[in-house]
Design a protein around this ligand. Structure first.
Ligand SMILES: [Zn+2]
Length: 261
């Protein structure tokens, strides 16, 4: 096997997100404080973090970590390789002539959910029960945050009344049957973000029919492993809608004794 060229200098450009904003869950590559203005403001949603004796503005990164919003991995390179390997397999799916028994797209999604170490974010137009089950399984270990639109009553009840099945799964819902104004505001973008390192975009609704259609080549699901694009997808398509449900303009940095997401 011939060795491929790899410049370790490219690792210097590898800047995975380090924090999540408490309000918008935007992905931040650095703690959001500004030496000039002496303020700590989220660049994605503009919420201002108000300093306290315990957390002056320069310690906003420590505050976010304490709130469970740090994005650190035990082995960043190993974890990235593992997700990249799933992405590579998925790009050959549905089963190519070289891999007649290759993994399906859904299998790739399940593997990613299984290997997520910090969080999963998604925006989906509808959701099927099987995929809800997969997300609940992932949410036994990591924070799963999702925006679901066009939600029918049964699913809304299931999500609201049985949140204890997966307490790390948090959803914000746009229910079906909304009036015209709400219908126009209903998100139709589809994106799934895993650990800020990998994303699915395209028609990746969390419905079985969507993924089956993509497997049959009748819909598009693209796997993104360019970290800059993953961050942009999260901050552009997930965070602004997530923020709509949270009216805070300021967050006072006091330690939450129950600091759990
Ligand atoms: Zn924010």
């Amino acid at each position: 096997m011939s060795a491929r060229s790899f410049d370790i200098g490219t690792l210097l450009e590898f800047e995975p997100p380090r924090y999540l904003c408490e309000r918008c869950c935007g992905l931040l590559r650095a703690a959001p404080f500004d030496w000039h203005t002496r303020k700590a403001v989220c660049p994605v949603c503009q919420v201002e973090y108000i300093p306290t004796d315990e957390y002056p503005y320069i310690r906003v990164g420590d505050y976010l970590e304490q709130e469970g919003l740090g994005v650190a991995f035990k082995d960043l390179i190993g974890h990235s390789r593992s997700l990249a390997s799933i992405a590579r397999q998925m790009r050959t799916a549905p089963a190519s002539p070289q891999l007649p028994n290759g993994p399906s797209l859904l299998s790739g999604l399940f593997q990613c959910l299984l290997r997520a170490e910090r969080f999963v974010h998604f925006v989906s137009y509808g959701m099927s029960e099987m995929l809800l089950g997969a997300l609940r399984m992932a949410a036994q270990r990591v924070a799963v945050r999702g925006i679901v639109s066009n939600v029918e009553e049964r699913l809304a009840t299931e999500l609201r009344d049985h949140a204890a099945d997966a307490r790390h799964l948090k959803t914000r819902l746009f229910e079906r049957g909304a009036d015209a104004a709400q219908w126009h505001a209903m998100p139709h973008q589809k994106v799934i973000i895993v650990d800020g390192l990998l994303a699915f975009k395209g028609s990746a609704n969390l419905t079985l029919s969507g993924w089956r259609k993509a497997e049959a080549g009748r819909d598009i699901i693209e796997v993104v492993t360019d970290v800059q694009e993953v961050v942009a997808l999260n901050n552009r398509f997930f965070s602004p809608v997530w923020t709509e449900f949270d009216s805070r303009q300021q967050i006072v940095m006091t330690a939450d004794p129950f600091g759990d997401d």
